[in-house]
Design a protein around this ligand. Structure first.
Ligand code: FAD
Ligand code: SIN
Length: 525
């Protein structure tokens, strides 16, 4: 089947939806999303969205905190854009129907998370993302010019490569003409031609065995752009959230929001000893890279499989009222957080790098934008400040929409694009091959490319990945395509990019910590 749309949006999280809502007044929008529309990382966001709302907070303080967390690798001009536009974007989310918690005074109830010097995180209980996703989906479903195609999996973006023109990574003017999308009803691959395309496919946490990310986070957009020879950067900076619930058989890992530490919860060993002051004078509220590394170190020293978060000293009623989701979840596995410590471990959580974009979300491929977690704007540098990613998605989707609206009238469809060539695909994949390769890949990444790395571990990871890559490419070429085999292929691409970029970084910086380039894990100066 062939379709034509002015704006093709791949992804229905905050990045895709907020862009779609803005461009829909200027042309037809098609949102393609691989699961049901709500199933996004956005929906699982707990802590909230960071924005400067009231004094004593200032843009300058939020800018400083962002750059400090990013270990001085952030692009200052991008940080300034994101932070100074934060207040307007939050107001827009509110106008679209998002409810953020307020105090009795009528002012927003701002929370504090690791690395923030002020209270500035707007939230809705401990399920902020669900509330934002609800409001945005509601608006999108009401808009007459937005069509949402659920359970449609995008395989690749279309470029002149599909016209038989050779494209390599040094090519100028690679152009995006739309995407090939697996139709769940016909099981065939549709051609969706577009004038402008936005990739908003989110993160890639499933490249690791333990992650807070939902199943959809398989780095598809990043892999697509990489295969199309677009520019990808900063992939070595994978953020591990320090506090996911230790419940080994559960996937994805349930997040215990950092806002709980902002509320006063304290990290302790299972023997009830505080340890964070040893590593950073900010204690349990040090930035995430430092806390995750400290926990990793404590676990190596003690040989235990988790540490704990202690809430027992906190006001019980306030605790349950502010964090009802966490209270209920822990109770469901037999832990009353008002009486017992919560067992926690770090889990892969957020990808700071991705598709390289400029201040308007423009990728290196013409007519292709990328926003949200799949994009690398330079805001996060070597480590993201908590709750800056929902903000980044809103700000750069807005800016991408401005650029898109300005140019849509001057762009024509490329009608010569051929349909997907499925000839030569004869095999129905053997699921066991795909699931085993996926498990192997996740173990390689968790064991050798996790919180602490070394040159030797990275080399070992690359050698093993190459075997999986070769096996999977053979299988892919012959198989009738399915979501699972495509996701595995994308995760292999993403793993390759993480390892290669980690190998190139000959220093320990932010989230990339290598034993070969020592840097004190203690930060108490
Ligand atoms: P997502 O919301 O993940 O949406 C991606 C979309 O792309 C989905 O609709 C998916 O189906 C679609 N998609 C992907 N691949 C394809 C494909 N091949 N074809 C078609 N569709 C595709 N950040 C904060 O700022 N504050 C927080 O409090 C916070 N808490 C978090 C808690 C958890 C548990 C997690 C996992 C993340 C949290 N984050 C938080 C990070 C934040 O939620 C994400 O970075 C952000 O929501 C990403 O939004 P997005 O729109 O880029 O991607
Ligand atoms: C959390 O609530 O701890 C997650 C916040 C984030 O990832 O920004």
């Amino acid at each position: 089947m062939r379709k034509k749309v002015d704006f093709l949006v791949i992804g229905s999280g905050i990045a895709g939806l907020s862009y779609a809502l803005k461009v829909a007044d200027y042309g037809k929008v098609c949102i393609v999303t691989k699961s049901n529309a709500e199933e996004t990382a956005t929906k699982y966001a707990q802590g909230g969205i960071a924005a400067v709302m009231y004094t004593p907070d200032t843009y300058e303080k939020h800018i400083r905190d962002t750059i400090t967390a990013g270990d001085n690798l952030c692009k200052r001009e991008i940080v300034e854009i994101a932070i100074t536009e934060s207040t307007d974007r939050v107001k827009e989310l509110i106008e679209w129907g998002t409810n953020f918690d307020k105090k009795e005074s009528g002012r927003y109830d701002l929370a504090k998370e690791g690395g923030h010097s002020e209270y500035r995180v707007l939230h809705h209980k401990d399920n902020t993302g669900l509330e934002i996703e609800r409001a945005l989906i509601n608006q999108a479903k009401k808009h007459p010019d937005i069509k949402i195609l659920e359970n449609h999996f995008t395989i690749d973006i279309i470029t002149q490569h599909h016209l038989g023109i050779e494209v390599n990574k040094n090519s100028e003017n690679i152009n995006c003409y739309g995407a090939y999308v697996l139709n769940p009803t016909s099981k065939k691959i549709d051609t969706i031609l577009s004038k402008l395309t936005l990739i908003a496919t989110g993160g890639a946490g499933n490249v690791y065995s333990t992650t807070t990310n939902p199943d959809i986070a398989t780095g598809d957009g990043i892999a697509m752009v990489y295969r199309a020879k677009g520019k990808i950067e900063n992939m070595e900076f994978v953020q591990f959230h320090p506090t996911s619930l230790y419940n080994p058989l559960e996937k994805p890992s349930f997040l215990i929001t950092e806002a709980l530490r902002g509320f006063g919860a304290i990290l302790k060993t299972i023997k009830e000893k505080e340890f964070m002051q040893k590593y950073d004078k900010r204690g349990s509220l040090a930035s995430r890279d430092i806390v995750a590394r400290a926990i990793d170190n404590e676990l190596k020293l003690s040989g235990e499989d988790h540490v704990c978060l202690d809430c027992r000293h906190l006001d019980n009623n306030a605790l349950i009222n502010e964090f009802p989701g966490i209270y209920a979840k822990c109770l469901s596995i037999g832990i009353d957080i008002t009486k017992e410590m919560i067992p926690i471990v770090p889990a892969a959580h957020y990808l700071c790098g991705g598709i390289k974009v400029d201040e308007y979300g423009r990728s290196s491929v013409k007519n292709l934008f990328a926003t949200g977690e799949c994009a690398s704007t330079g805001l996060h540098g070597a480590n993201r400040l908590a709750s800056n990613s929902l903000l980044e998605s809103a700000v750069f989707s807005h800016r991408a929409s401005l650029d898109s609206i300005g140019k849509i009238k001057s762009i024509e469809f490329c009608n010569e694009i051929p349909d997907w060539d499925a000839s030569g695909t004869v095999l129905n994949e053997e699921m066991i091959l795909v699931t085993q390769s996926l498990k192997e890949l996740q173990l390689i990444m968790s064991n050798y490319v996790g919180i602490v790395r070394s040159d030797l571990r990275l080399k070992r990871a690359l050698d093993r990945l190459e075997i999986i890559y070769r096996e999977n490419e053979k299988l892919y070429e012959k198989s009738i395509l399915t979501v699972k085999i495509c996701e595995l292929r994308n995760l292999i691409n993403v793993a390759y990019l993480i390892i290669k970029m980690a190998m190139h970084r000959k220093e320990s910086r932010g989230l990339h910590y290598s034993l070969d380039y020592p840097k004190a894990i203690y930060n108490n100066s």
